[in-house]
Design a protein around this ligand. Structure first.
Ligand SMILES: C[S@@+](CC[C@H](N)C(=O)[O-])C[C@H]1O[C@@H](n2cnc3c(N)ncnc32)[C@H](O)[C@@H]1O
Length: 270
């Protein structure tokens, strides 16, 4: 039953959808506080040399594919000296990668799970990095604050994508960049495109990265299965396998058959 949570929760009220996701992420952060789990995305693997070869320090190597998704999204623009916001930062792995490797002047990670924020604050201390609780649909920042906004595999949880995009537009500086990646079932694509089209953001690039994500899911399948086997109580195993997108999960099969697509978009504020 609980595993159906991860099939996008279509057809329920936005408020219930938001609350269910919040409950799930709070539960996960409370239940597993070890530092060996830093990322919650499906990863990205190079197929056609989309990425420049990425040199990582040894302690980051075992998160390579999750970091590569961040790298792919975040290097949509040069972040050197920029003020950058990540919405839906989870346990902070991606924001810490950006702060450590891509030289932003300031990197702020926001997540609506206070428990995730507590973990992120505990895991990472860089002078240009901070985390705070906040809601994607009501961002706790003044108009025109950021040069760049990053959003990785988080927006499928939001009650209203339209509200989120309006908030992004509001807190971005003129000329700022919004770089986004997430998955959607095919029947929600039109709605997603409408949310973007109704904003004043200019679309610079769209790529279907489903094959890259699928390849990463294949490569990390075994280690995820082991982690779940060793750490998750029996009654939550199916839910976790679905959430993690392991082989044969509905998410994995959906990506494989084309019923679910994983997209990246880059926008600029006029
Ligand atoms: C699949 S996780 C991805 C986390 C992170 N981006 C990563 O790749 O590791 C989705 C994240 O979005 C956050 N989230 C969901 N709804 C949110 C909202 N309305 N506002 C802010 N964060 C939200 C969740 O708490 C969760 O941490």
């Amino acid at each position: 039953m609980i595993e159906n949570l991860f099939i996008f929760l279509t057809g329920i009220s936005p408020k219930i959808k938001r609350n269910l996701w919040r409950w799930w992420y709070q539960l996960m952060a409370k239940s597993y506080q070890k530092t060996d789990w830093k990322f919650m995305n499906y990863g990205f693997s190079d197929l056609n040399l989309e990425l420049n070869p990425l040199t990582l320090s040894p302690e980051d190597e075992n998160n390579r594919y999750f970091i590569q998704l961040y790298h792919y999204v975040a290097t949509a623009t040069d972040l050197t000296g920029k003020k950058v916001l990540e919405v839906g930062c989870g346990r902070g792995g991606g924001a810490s990668y950006v702060a450590k490797y891509l030289q932003p002047q300031e990197m702020i990670g926001v997540d609506f799970s206070q428990e995730n924020i507590n973990l992120a604050n505990q895991f990472y201390q860089f002078p240009n990095l901070s985390f705070q609780q906040g809601d994607a649909e009501n961002l706790p920042f003044a108009d025109q604050t950021f040069d760049v906004i990053i959003n990785v595999e988080s927006s499928h949880c939001y009650g209203s994508m339209t509200k989120f995009v309006q908030e992004v537009e509001r807190v971005l500086k003129t000329g700022g960049i919004f770089t986004w990646a997430d998955l959607r079932p095919l029947n929600e694509l039109e709605k997603l495109k409408e949310s973007f089209a109704n904003s004043g953001l200019i679309e610079l690039k769209t790529v279907n990265i489903t094959p890259n994500v699928l390849k990463a899911l294949d490569l990390v399948n075994e280690s995820k299965q082991t982690l779940i086997k060793n750490n998750v109580p029996a009654f939550l195993k199916n839910a976790f396998q679905e959430f993690a997108g392991v082989k044969d999960s509905k998410i994995y099969q959906g990506l494989k058959t084309g019923q679910i697509v994983y997209l990246s978009y880059i926008f600029q504020k006029k």
